[in-house]
Design a protein around this ligand. Structure first.
Ligand code: HEM
Length: 152
């Protein structure tokens, strides 16, 4: 099936599409994003595939603009200091009597034996990067919130 997404290499290519083709392209982009978001490892935070059914637009805006204002349960930031002085910040993926697994990024986690831990305490800054909104126009931000709200 000839997907428009694969035929687009520049803004000029988009301008050649008809209104109907643009609608199909928008759907292809949406499907692509939903697939990417649904895969584990895509977001260190909670799976966003149904975030629109449990959060209001206001909550979603706050999550993006002020990520550290509140934390989703189970994704609170933690600071781990090892006995050798190494400091790690992340979310706990495992908190067992013998070891702790801390995820420091979507694809990176570190396993630390309980005996090696000097300190494990809650952090105050979300792993979710601050300032995403500063990198986009108000319209892009509105589109992002509408997209997240449509994830049901
Ligand atoms: C375009 C990029 C991103 C978007 C749109 C996004 C969106 C969101 C949203 C909407 C929430 C709140 C979910 C809820 O209320 O159920 C959230 C939470 C979270 N996100 Fe992201 N995220 C992005 C990138 C990232 C990145 C790059 C990381 C880390 C490497 C991250 C880590 C987290 C964490 C740990 C939480 C839960 C803790 C908290 O609420 O602050 N996010 N994200």
């Amino acid at each position: 099936m000839g997907r428009y997404l694969e035929m687009i290499n520049s803004p000029a290519d988009v301008k050649l599409l008809t209104q109907d083709q643009l609608i199909t392209l928008a759907q292809e982009i949406r499907d692509e994003l939903v697939t990417a978001l649904s895969k584990s490892g895509g977001h260190l935070g909670p799976n966003l595939t149904s975030v629109g059914s449990v959060r209001t637009e206001r909550d979603l805006l706050e999550a993006v603009v002020y990520p550290s204002a509140s934390f989703v349960r189970g994704y609170e930031p933690m600071i781990l200091v090892t006995k050798s002085g190494e400091q790690l910040g992340g979310v706990l993926h495992k908190d067992a009597p013998d070891e702790v697994v801390i995820a420091t990024g979507p694809e990176t986690e570190t396993r630390v034996a309980r005996a090696e831990i000097a300190e494990l305490r809650p952090g105050t800054v979300s792993l979710m990067p601050q300032g995403l909104d500063a990198q986009m126009s108000p319209q892009d931000l509105a589109d992002l919130i509408a997209f997240l709200k449509s994830m049901k």
